[in-house]
Design a protein around this ligand. Sequence first.
Ligand SMILES: *[C@@H]1O[C@H](CO)[C@@H](O)[C@H](O)[C@H]1NC(C)=O
Ligand SMILES: *[C@@H]1O[C@H](CO)[C@@H](O)[C@H](O)[C@H]1NC(C)=O
Ligand SMILES: *[C@@H]1O[C@H](CO)[C@@H](O)[C@H](O)[C@H]1NC(C)=O
Ligand SMILES: *[C@@H]1O[C@H](CO)[C@@H](O)[C@H](O)[C@H]1NC(C)=O
Ligand SMILES: *[C@@H]1O[C@H](CO)[C@@H](O)[C@H](O)[C@H]1NC(C)=O
Ligand SMILES: *[C@@H]1O[C@H](CO)[C@@H](O)[C@H](O)[C@H]1NC(C)=O
Length: 814
Amino acid sequence: MEYKRLLISFSRLVLASMFCLLHRTNGDISYSVPEEVKNGYIIGNLAKDLGISVKTLSTRKARLDMDDASMRYCDINANTGDLIVAQRIDRDSICGPTTVCLLKYEIVLENPLELHHVTVEIMDINDNSPIFANDVIELEIRESTDKGTRFPINEAHDADIGLNGVQRYNLQENDHFSFVLHKKPGEGKYGELLLDRELDREKQQELTLLLTAIDGGTPQRSGTVVIHVKVLDANDNAPVFSKNVYKISVPENSPVGTLLLTVSATDADEGVNGEVTYEFGHISRDVSKLFTLDSKTGNVALNGTLDFERKSSYELGIKAKDGLGLASFASVIVEIVDVNDNAPVIHLKSLNNPIPENALPGTEVAIINVQDKDSEENQQIRCAIHGNVPFKLNSSVKNYYSLVTTSELDRELVSEYNITITATDGGTPPLSSFKTIHLSVSDVNDNPPVFKEQSYSAYVPENNKPGFSICTVNAIDPDWRQNGTVFYSLVPRELHGVQVSSFLSINGETGVIHAVRAFDYERFRSFKVHILARDNGSPPLSSNVTLNVFITDENDNAPQILYPSPDGNSFMTEMVPTSALSGSLVSKVIAVDADSGQNAWLSYQIVKTTDPGLFTIGLYSGEIRTHRDVSESDNMKQNLVVSVKDNGKPALSTTCAIYLVISDNMSEISELKERSHNEDTSKLTFYLIISLVSVSIFFLTFIILVLAVKFCHRKKRQLLFDGAVAIPSAYLPPNYGEVEGAGTLRTSYNYDTYLTTGSRTSDFKFVTSYDENSLPTISTPRKGNDGDIHGSLLDTEQVWASDVLLSRMNNYKL
Ligand SMILES: *[C@@H]1O[C@H](CO)[C@@H](O)[C@H](O)[C@H]1NC(C)=O
Ligand SMILES: *[C@@H]1O[C@H](CO)[C@@H](O)[C@H](O)[C@H]1NC(C)=O
Ligand SMILES: *[C@@H]1O[C@H](CO)[C@@H](O)[C@H](O)[C@H]1NC(C)=O
Ligand SMILES: *[C@@H]1O[C@H](CO)[C@@H](O)[C@H](O)[C@H]1NC(C)=O
Ligand SMILES: *[C@@H]1O[C@H](CO)[C@@H](O)[C@H](O)[C@H]1NC(C)=O
Ligand SMILES: *[C@@H]1O[C@H](CO)[C@@H](O)[C@H](O)[C@H]1NC(C)=O
């Protein structure tokens, strides 16, 4: 300051000496006066400077003239001759910014007129402070403004000049701005606010700076202005997510609309620049359909159904964006939690269907595979078989099971199985599924045919027609198709030297047994055959059964009268002694019947008599007895006709005549005998001729028949079919077409003849046979031939022996 004052004083001194110099040369007077001095301030002594006395000055009427009468700031003090300040002198208003401010006066003296120029220079004093145009300068600066940018500030105005004018500016200490003053010559001074460091609205929304303008006067004066900087927002902040990665676990069965989570991002910017909206980043179309993102709230919700098995997690890119497009990204990882929503699935990988019934236990039937799409324990599967079936599951490989048999199978008991396999997973609650395997058991020929009965008996009435069906055998084979198709045949065997096939034939398919020929009870009463039932498997299985054929008697034989002999020589005459008393046995009719039982139960009746009442016959004994005493008056010749009738239905009967002579004289009887004997011999000759002729005819017929049958037989071949399976003809049962000698059967007859019961001559068998040459073997039967033929044949010798016996008996009686 001291330096400044010295400098000012020095400059004044220089100015004063300059004026003196002027004064001297020009004769003009110059003064200087500081502005704003009091009225009456003595600027200088005019009298002295003009060289005239004060008195002269007044006498010469010294006057101060100036161009502009209104600007009369000075006056002359007539008493002292001083130039004084008469009015407030404000340099700043008089001269403004003009550096040299001069007031020019003329001093006029009269008597003589004299003109002097007086110049008064107004000296500036620092009486004005710098002033800014406004109290506050408002500035709006965008925060994005680069550093180095300048903002012009209106300079402060100081009415003073020179050093008293604004010399410098002082900006309040701050972080961002500095003040630069430009003093370009000719352009005046101006100040600029220079941005030294960028602004950040987010840190500081506004700044208030105080700018002080300082002048160079003494004392110093200053003026201030407030610079109010409003920092405008620039979109310089991207939204920021609260997390980089959001994770959420959600059960797969969550319903549509479930709110998963809310993402949030904040943007430090304001207004539009801070308005955050959310959207999905780059995700596939499918996924974008599955989730929704609320663009305002950031809520991520489910818009579809999740399936853990399809995808166990999703990663969603989410973009947060502010109004002007700055964005940032985060990702949402949605982990899907498995829920037991998949039932196990059973796949049948292989199946051996059908399985033969002879498969050993442990045979693998099927392979199944189980799968569950769930995970962890929801995927643990247990398998079981339902019901009581001879199968089990054997798990050898994970998730694979083999179905094996546990016991032997029998198609005939169970031919098919429905095996239900259940698979259950380990979830809570567990899910299960089942599969039914349909398994058929295929047949093996393991069952022979079995006859329904252990043995069969057939009762055949004799004299049956050939082809008569006598019985049906039935065998069951539970096997399947040809393994269970039964064929019947007769076991070949000889009966009395003849093949059974000439007695019986069997229908191979139906088991119906037919008689090939007529049977004669009187020849044999029963026989046995074996019937074979065979199935068509390969190899075939068979079984056999015995059939007992019982021939039942028919009343086909009329009683045969043995005595009295029906032929000629038996034309016998019984002699009745005249002395016979009532009840005497006179004779006996002896008859036999080849039949048996009732059919052979004979009864006797006298159907015609010479003298009714004289003789009676025992109904069953055939004994003829006198009914009363014989008297002389009785006719000597008594003829009786006796009818012998069996008890069959219908009954058959035979009659015979008995000639009785009531006499005691032998010779009378002999006479009668001879007479009748002659008649009989002629009859016998006639019968012999007839027999010879018939035998010849029969022999010829037989030869022809044999030839014919042989010829036909050669041509015949027969096949039977079961479905498509050909049966070899070797198994064929005999049937009618192949039976030889069918025509020969009827030619043999055997008789069992019985003496009537009740006869005194006891029971003995009396059998005869005729037509022996047609069946020669039968005439000499082997005894005890399996007992097949009950009853026996007596040969001719025996017959004759009986005759002798009988006649002896008669003689005895007589
Ligand atoms: C939600 O799902 C429905 C039905 O599938 C579909 O029409 C709609 O577009 C989905 N919404 C979104 C936002 O994907
Ligand atoms: C299961 O199968 C394996 C191999 O096939 C065999 O060794 C095992 O004995 C079987 N288990 C049963 C119980 O059959
Ligand atoms: C097995 O199932 C089939 C069809 O479901 C049925 O027709 C058959 O009778 C069943 N068999 C057994 C042995 O249950
Ligand atoms: C009959 O049994 C045999 C085995 O003995 C078998 O191979 C065949 O397939 C069976 N036939 C039928 C029709 O089941
Ligand atoms: C008949 O069956 C028995 C046993 O039942 C057997 O011994 C015999 O050989 C069989 N006969 C024939 C011809 O098959
Ligand atoms: C028996 O009869 C014969 C003749 O018919 C006769 O001659 C004879 O005298 C008789 N005898 C007696 C004893 O009557």
